[in-house]
Design a protein around this ligand. Sequence first.
Ligand SMILES: *[C@@H]1O[C@H](CO)[C@@H](O)[C@H](O)[C@H]1NC(C)=O
Length: 353
Amino acid sequence: MASLLLLLLVAVSLGGTVAASARVTAVIVFGDSTVDTGNNNQIGTPLRSDFPPYGRDMPGGARPTGRFGNGRLPPDFISESLGLPPLVPAYLDPAYGIADFARGVCFASAGTGLDNATAGVLSVIPLWKEVEYYRDYQRRLRAHAGAAAARAVVRGALHVVSIGTNDFLENYYMLATGRFAQYTVGEYQDFLVAAAREFLAAIHRLGARRVTFAGLSPMGCLPLERTTDALLGGGGGCVEEYNKVARDYNGKVEAMVRSLRAELPRLKVAFIPVYDNMVDLITHPEKFGLENVEEGCCATGRFEMGFMCNDEAPLTCDDASKYLFWDAFHPTEKVNRIMAQHTLDICYQQGVL
Ligand SMILES: *[C@@H]1O[C@H](CO)[C@@H](O)[C@H](O)[C@H]1NC(C)=O
């Protein structure tokens, strides 16, 4: 009887092991500044953050790595949670080689978008070139580890994608010419969703099987947008027009992801509702120990980001963990950790992991 029970217990625990997700081999990152771990340091763009106080709360001591924040970004926390290295290296960083990239690599570039024209605004890496780098990476991986091992890395990797805000805030609404003249905002959303679909199909053809695709945050609540609203005579609250654009776009992207999943059964892809997560932080800051959800920690917190957020700028806060935003555009490390956990939760719920 006892041995039967033991047998049952063993069977149950083995069943559990088998049901649990296969090991994640690497975290592979595409997108913009929300996930760029340092590629912009290596290219000729004014959009960079490789100077203090960026990186002042990095593990092991202050180190400006080109991450747009005071510390780590969501992919770093995702990697660490999956038993992989605590930092995902940037593909263009000469300090790392293919042996490092076999366990995680970032192709993201701050300032880029789904629309090729967005990358042109600040001379950053367009998304199609991120995909070219991915192809180049796979060639190097095959040369380094052999074809079978390289394929296993790609198949087992979690691909983290976060992109889209710049298409609206840096391109569509900033440049009164170009896309704004060409498309209504609804048409532009459709254009971006088609580009996102094309991108997902491209990385699927290259072997990606596990993917997370982040939706837009309530971008009307970014400190920079609140400040702009105040300057234009508004109340300095969240800009509802931008939030509505984000919600409408998110609905379209989520539907696209659902249809792609039906069309490509081997592709496990999850839409990450960043919007809801951020609204929760903004409306219930006390739940997360946050005290300021309207201004960034860096400098006045109202408009500074990139080169305006530097060590000469006065007023930078002492404790970034009380803030939702680090600069006028980017969340603090504390919030990045929360968003990473949220992403992983959705992955487990939806069978991506
Ligand atoms: C961006 O440019 C690449 C390379 O020229 C092209 O393949 C791709 O279709 C373009 N994407 C969009 C959304 O225009």
